[in-house]
Design a protein around this ligand. Structure first.
Ligand code: FAD
Length: 372
């Protein structure tokens, strides 16, 4: 029977990050993925390593560490990425006030309040009319999730000898072994990174937890011509969605205003993040629908809410929608669900909308903890 020092279940961002952390310590690592290639939340997201979103949370240090490790992995592997930073745009006085409050609290030279003139230089495509200012956070890195998650396994195999077993759905886990149907593999330590699939391996364990699922609708669009956004972008509605802004006193007014002026956007949890790949393609989203039962069907009206809001700060001249999809992530009220469910069997999931950002830092933290 083949034995690994560490077996990892799931080849999404979290699985790959844990594989990297273990393999760079010289451990023999095997990754088991049920699909022929990863197809979960990790390939469906914006690819925003959005460290600023974790500011002020209990995991802010892990987010910083994650940013550093992502940069190391991306540089060493040669995988495409763009350390372009992110602009949070404000068009209303109350949003500008939240931006001021946040920048003051953050007290970090890499997070600055900037004027419309500087915004126009960094991102000439942004709507200037009514623009009051914005937060520029320069640490944010953009990756193309589809190519990054597809290319990382080859890097981990070639450089660190990680073994990937694709189309291997793990059906049972016990201390010291994993099973795929009738095949058994031995492993000293097992790390379960199965994203929003709670039922297959530990249904009784998850039944008691406050894990939840969230569905997000997304689009890709190709603008006509050589049209670039310069940095990743978001605007007022995003202030309502990320914990880093949660303690800004003026956020209450912003929320109240949007509930009155944009009732459908707030009902469907629509805000807008925009990233742009090297090819020029834009990734646009998203919406938030919570609950255990995720509808397989997308609502055209929700996509339209996304596009309507896009136009308030990024008037793309001509745009062709090239793809529509939705993704599902797992959320947990304490930010990350981490549990040792049997001796040397660890689960890491529930990172919500920050799993790409947090993955490398969480991988490092878990592996150093379980080896200690
Ligand atoms: C639309 C969308 C946009 C987002 N945007 C961002 C963003 O820009 N920045 C950010 O930081 N985060 C973002 N997120 C969140 C982030 O994508 C997730 O938190 C993260 O990808 C979760 O990674 P994961 O590895 O836990 O899960 P997944 O990527 O879902 O991977 C789990 C893997 O486990 C495999 N698996 C499951 N069960 C088994 C089994 N029994 N045996 C073998 N394999 C199994 C699955 O096939 C899957 O490949 C977004 C999420 C969505 C849905």
């Amino acid at each position: 029977m083949k034995r690994f020092d560490v077996a990892i279940i799931g080849a999404g961002a979290l699985g790959l990050a844990h594989a990297y952390a273990a393999a760079k310590r010289g451990l023999k690592v095997g990754v088991f993925e049920r699909s022929p290639k990863a197809e979960g939340a990790s390939v469906r997201n914006f690819g925003m390593i959005w460290t600023v979103g974790q500011w002020g949370t209990p995991l802010a240090d892990v987010a910083q560490d994650s940013n550093r490790i992502w940069r190391e992995v991306l540089a060493n592997s040669g995988i495409w990425h763009d350390p372009c930073g992110c602009l949070t745009l404000t068009y209303h006085e109350d949003e500008l006030q939240v931006a001021r409050e946040f920048v003051e609290m953050a007290n970090d030279p890499t997070i600055r309040l900037i004027q419309p003139e500087e915004i126009a230089q960094r991102s000439p495509s942004v709507r200037q009319e009514g623009l009051l200012g914005g937060v520029f956070s320069e640490r944010e890195v953009h990756v193309d999730p589809r190519s990054t998650i597809a290319e990382l396994p080859a890097y981990l195999s070639t450089k660190f000898g990680v073994e990937f077993h694709w189309s291997h759905c793990v059906t049972k886990v016990e201390t010291g072994s994993i099973q795929i149907g009738t095949q058994t593999w031995a492993a000293d330590r097992i790390i379960v990174c199965t994203g929003s699939d709670y039922e297959t391996l530990f249904p009784e364990h998850f039944a008691d937890s406050s894990l939840n699922r969230c569905k997000l609708q997304m689009l890709r669009a190709m603008p006509k011509g050589d049209w670039r956004i310069g940095t990743m972008l978001c605007a007022g509605l995003t202030l309502l969605h990320y914990k880093n802004f949660a303690s800004c006193p003026t956020l209450v007014s912003v929320k109240q205003r949007y509930e009155e002026t944009h009732p459908e956007h707030t009902k469907w949890g629509v805000h807008l993040l925009v990233s742009q790949h090297g090819t020029g393609e834009l990734v646009l989203g998203d919406s938030h629908e919570y609950g255990p039962a995720i509808s397989p069907f997308n609502l055209e009206s929700v996509d339209q809410l996304i596009l309507d809001y896009l136009n308030t700060f990024l008037p793309v001249p001509e745009i062709e929608i090239t793809l529509r999809w939705h993704g599902v992530y797992s959320t947990y009220d304490k930010q990350v669900y981490e549990a040792e469910v049997q001796p040397n069997v660890h689960i890491v999931t529930g990172v919500g909308g920050a799993g790409m950002t947090m993955s490398m830092g969480l991988g490092e933290r878990t592996v150093s903890r379980i080896l200690a």
